[in-house]
Design a protein around this ligand. Structure first.
Ligand code: GLY
Ligand code: MN
Ligand code: MN
Length: 439
């Protein structure tokens, strides 16, 4: 994959970032953005550090994800300045001097200690300092001004063509690894073994992946965030739900697939959820309320459950009574980009305000109206979760369900299918399906 393309797209990305920074600073009454890349965090009463996670406000400007202790200074009308920490250190790998398509657009100064940044940063009182408390250097303390953050985070929902290309590359890595994981499942691997096959094919592990892999066989598919990994395969290994992503230059892919070992009724139900998911992806269009897609997902999934004899009610009744939420108990998705769950999902404007979730749907993470450039996940699911099914019965809604059919499907856990979809002026672009088609 050529860096020529990224090289040609980056200047426009940077110009967009500069324009956003200028307006954000105007609103906050500051002259500069000062953005620390972030520092290492240590385990309590221990000298071991957690995997380093770069400040998203930092990596929004440049694809530098492993440079703790560095700073970025943005001043309207000037080239951005990178204070790049390259310590004299023989204990750890010292970050290499940056290279690549983006460096020519920055003034880069090497510092040898974190404290050296103080000498080169503009006066703190003139800066919006965006970062975590641990990044403070003496009196240089992140102030995270609300008007600045609100503006930047609201606009981060709209990806530049450069960012979409970065996400396309993350998707390709994720899809390559998903295919390796499916092969490992079909060869009879354990959850742990499938996880290793995934990491190997992605060339990424916990230090790089945008979130912890969910690798669930059989009933484990019913645990929404199942992150245990059995070391032995179940007998038989009936079904496989994998929610696993990949990173590229700080951008995330978030992908879920579900497989059945046999060509059985569960496989047919996966096919029906897949068809529903594709129809929902097609709703990712400018002007559509994302919450509408969420409610339509309930109707479509309840339709699938009725078709397979699990529900006895109409989709409309299942949504109105809350029965559909027992089988689809999470949101249809979220914004994605520099963070797997991108910020500002409820932002009413770039100056504040909140768009409420539909009543009875507390887990929806995005309520904004879709506009070109937004990238969202579409991840409908059907699960057989004892706790929620017991609640249905306790609420007196048990007649809506054929419990024998529930018992038949329970050993398979659940189904989720998740793609990352770009809203455009025209038809949506499905980054995940595109990558599967190319693989
Ligand atoms: N992988 C977490 C999510 O799908 O939101
Ligand atoms: Mn997701
Ligand atoms: Mn996911």
């Amino acid at each position: 994959m050529s860096n020529a393309l990224l090289s040609s797209l980056f200047p426009q990305h940077l110009a967009t970032m500069q324009a956003h920074a200028a307006e954000a600073l105007r609103r906050g009454g500051f002259d500069h953005l000062a953005i620390p890349s972030g520092s290492l965090h240590y385990q309590v009463f221990d000298d071991r550090d957690y995997p380093y996670a770069v400040n998203p406000q930092f990596k929004a400007w440049l694809p530098l994800t492993q440079a703790p202790g560095s700073w970025l200074v943005v001043t309207p009308g000037q080239r951005p300045k990178l204070l790049f920490l390259q310590p004299h250190d023989y204990w750890h790998v010292v970050p290499e001097m940056p290279s690549g398509y983006w460096v020519e657009h920055f003034d880069i100064e090497v510092i040898r200690t974190a404290e050296e940044a103080m000498r080169l940063l503009p006066p703190a009182f003139r800066c919006a300092i965006l970062g975590e408390p641990q990044s403070a250097l003496g009196s240089y303390v992140p102030n995270n001004p609300e008007p600045v953050l609100q503006y930047l985070e609201y606009h981060r929902a709209f990806k530049t063509p450069y960012e979409i290309e970065m996400m396309r590359r993350a998707s390709r890595i994720g899809v390559r690894a998903h295919r390796a994981a499916e092969r490992a499942f079909r060869a009879g691997s354990s959850e742990f073994g499938i996880h290793l096959a995934y990491c190997q094919a992605a060339g990424q592990d916990a230090n790089d992946l945008p979130y912890g892999n969910i690798i669930a066989l059989n009933e484990h598919g019913a645990v929404l965030h199942y992150t245990s990994r059995d070391r032995l395969p179940p007998k038989p290994s009936r079904s496989f739900l994998i929610d696993a992503g990949a990173s590229f230059g700080g951008y995330a892919a978030d992908i879920t697939r579900t497989y059945s070992a046999a060509d059985d009724e569960f496989a047919a139900m996966i096919g029906a959820v897949d068809a529903a998911q594709l129809a929902l992806c097609d709703q990712v269009r400018a002007g559509t309320h994302y919450a509408r897609i969420h409610l339509d997902a309930h109707l479509r999934l309840a339709g699938v459950l009725r078709e397979f004899g699990v529900l006895r009610t109409t989709p409309e009744d299942a949504l109105a009574s809350g029965v559909s939420s027992a089988f689809f108990p999470h949101g249809i998705g979220h914004g994605i980009g520099l963070q797997v769950h991108d910020v500002a999902g409820f932002a009413a404007s770039d100056a504040g305000g909140t768009i409420a979730k539909p009543e009875g749907h507390p887990y929806l993470r995005l309520t904004r109206t879709l506009e070109p450039g937004m990238v969202v996940t579409i991840e409908p699911g059907i699960y057989f979760i004892d706790m929620l099914l017991d609640e249905l019965k306790a609420k007196g809604l048990g007649d809506a369900v054929d419990w024998e059919r529930v018992e038949m499907f329970k050993p398979y856990g659940g189904i989720r299918i998740e793609d990352d979809v770009v809203c455009t002026d025209d038809a949506p672009i499905n980054l995940t399906r595109e990558a599967f088609a190319a693989a």
